[in-house]
Design a protein around this ligand. Structure first.
Ligand code: GLN
Length: 465
């Protein structure tokens, strides 16, 4: 057996690989080749990858660490399809800031991963190309929209991947695949080069095997970027205090999150609360009444922003172009052939709610309700260190099991509030139901990502016994 294969027994995390490379039990080249081989071997079964370009990074702490990127992030010279026919042959002319930062730290890109078309969905079933399988049960979805990234990590192709999260797309797949998914505070990570879905909600973050890796990669992604005016410079250190205890912390559990919880998820979540109590953390129920409007508000605001962001795919500037007798016909035929059903649905909903006649009744009301959700959530942080709850209402469902759009939209019930309020949020494994994992979600005040990672790490330590 070669040294490469010998090293390839489990799914090592980022820190573990760094250690092996440092100890010279694995070389940088071997580490990257392992990932490439593994993709060749298992991706035909999992279908996590849309393309497998190899892009070497510079020198840095991630030298020899392979990674994957969701196919809605630009990487110069690679195809960036957003899992859509409209961008099937589009080649990026530049690289997203977040990806560049990872490359600058030495990592090697080995795959661009599958997703729901334009990140609209919760299962990868809305990819225009194929559905990714959950590596833990091939009949089930890996979650979405960053399902390819989660599947690539869960199957051990790569130790980490980048995803994007507009309403839960990093955290929900992490929950479904037994991984850690971290959505940073809105504004910490540049969105430059992330194909825009809903710009006031979108945020890039890592999907990893464990909490320390999420902190390590998260920190690399941070930073003010002149190319994204919503970014801020914060100098947060996520790893510095991550091992510190959380004694005397106070957590809030929103009643609205546990009210209708499925009994298996509830039982597991109650176990989580007990564990925290044993760590001398106070856990109390609170009420955040406007949370019940989150899904409704999100499914007005996100499609509204999407409808204007997606107006650029007109068959003229880039991407697919379908011939027509007039310019209007080119627009129409391009969009008709290029966009899938869900994307069309969102564009239509967004155009409708932004129209002069309905703006007040829908968009304006949604914006005002969003402000209310933000205020109510922020108020909780005056008295509590974190808001906790399950990440998803259920474990990964079977491919083809859900039928109506509404069933998919309800998958995001617990993850959407963090996007609406720009809060940091993380999902980490809290237990299993019938062999399938489900995640614990922790949310903290804006820019308290360091505290949130510390809480997550403390939980991870006790749950691993
Ligand atoms: N499932 C949600 C949606 O379909 C969230 C997607 C995301 O976070 N990109 O919009």
């Amino acid at each position: 057996m070669s040294r490469r294969e010998e090293n390839d027994t489990t799914n090592p995390g980022v820190e573990e690989l760094i250690e092996k490379i440092k100890n010279h039990t694995l070389s940088c080249d071997e580490s990257v080749e392992n990932a490439i081989d593994k993709i060749k071997k298992i991706d035909p079964k999992i279908k996590a990858c849309i393309s497998t370009p190899v892009v070497n990074g510079k020198d840095g702490i991630l030298k020899g660490i392979p990674f994957a990127v969701k196919d809605n992030m630009e990487v110069i010279g690679t195809k960036t399809t957003c899992a859509s026919k409209i961008l099937e042959n589009y080649v990026s002319p530049y690289t997203a800031t977040a990806v560049q930062k990872v490359l600058d730290n030495g990592a090697t890109l080995v795959a661009k991963t599958n997703m729901d078309e334009f990140a609209m969905g919760a299962s990868t079933e809305y990819s225009a190309f194929f559905t990714t399988k959950n590596p833990l049960d091939l009949e089930r979805v890996p979650g979405g929209s960053s399902g390819g990234s989660a599947a690539a990590v869960a199957s051990g192709m790569v130790p980490f991947a980048l995803g994007s999260d507009t309403g839960g797309s990093i955290r929900q797949p992490a929950s479904f695949c037994g991984l850690v998914g971290y959505k940073p505070t809105y504004g910490l990570v540049s969105r430059y080069g992330l194909v825009a879905f809903a710009s006031s909600l979108d945020q890039i973050g890592p999907i990893t095997q464990n909490v320390r890796d999420a902190a390590l990669i998260g920190e690399i992604l941070f930073g003010m970027d002149p190319k994204d005016s919503t970014t801020v410079e914060k100098h947060l250190s996520l790893l510095k205090d991550i091992e510190n205890p959380i004694k005397n912390f106070k957590f809030a559990v929103p009643k609205e999150f546990v009210k209708d919880l499925n009994s298996d998820v509830k039982r597991i979540f109650e176990g989580v609360i007990d564990r925290f109590k044993k760590m001398d953390v106070k856990v109390e129920e609170v009420s955040i009444p406007s949370l019940k409007y989150s899904v409704a508000v999100y499914y007005i605001i996100a499609p509204a922003e999407a409808s204007s962001n997606l107006a650029r795919y007109d068959g003229i500037r880039y991407g697919l172009s379908v011939d027509g007798k007039s310019i209007d016909e080119v627009y129409m035929r391009t969009k008709d052939e290029g966009f899938g059903r869900e994307v069309k649905r969102r564009i239509m909903i967004g155009t409708f709610t932004l129209s002069a006649t309905y703006y007040d009744a829908y968009f304006d009301k949604a914006q005002r309700t969003r402000a209310k959700i933000v205020n109510e959530m922020n108020k909780v942080f005056d008295s509590y260190d974190a808001i906790i709850g399950p990440t998803t209402p259920n474990v990964a469902f079977k491919i083809g099991q859900l039928s109506s759009p509404l069933e998919y939209y309800l998958q995001d019930i617990y993850t959407i509030p963090a996007n609406l309020a720009g809060l940091p949020a993380i999902s980490l494994p809290m237990g299993k139901i019938g062999g399938m994992p489900v995640g614990l979600q922790i949310m903290c005040k804006r820019f308290e990502d360091d505290k949130m990672l510390r809480i997550a790490r403390n939980y991870e330590k006790v749950s691993q016994g």
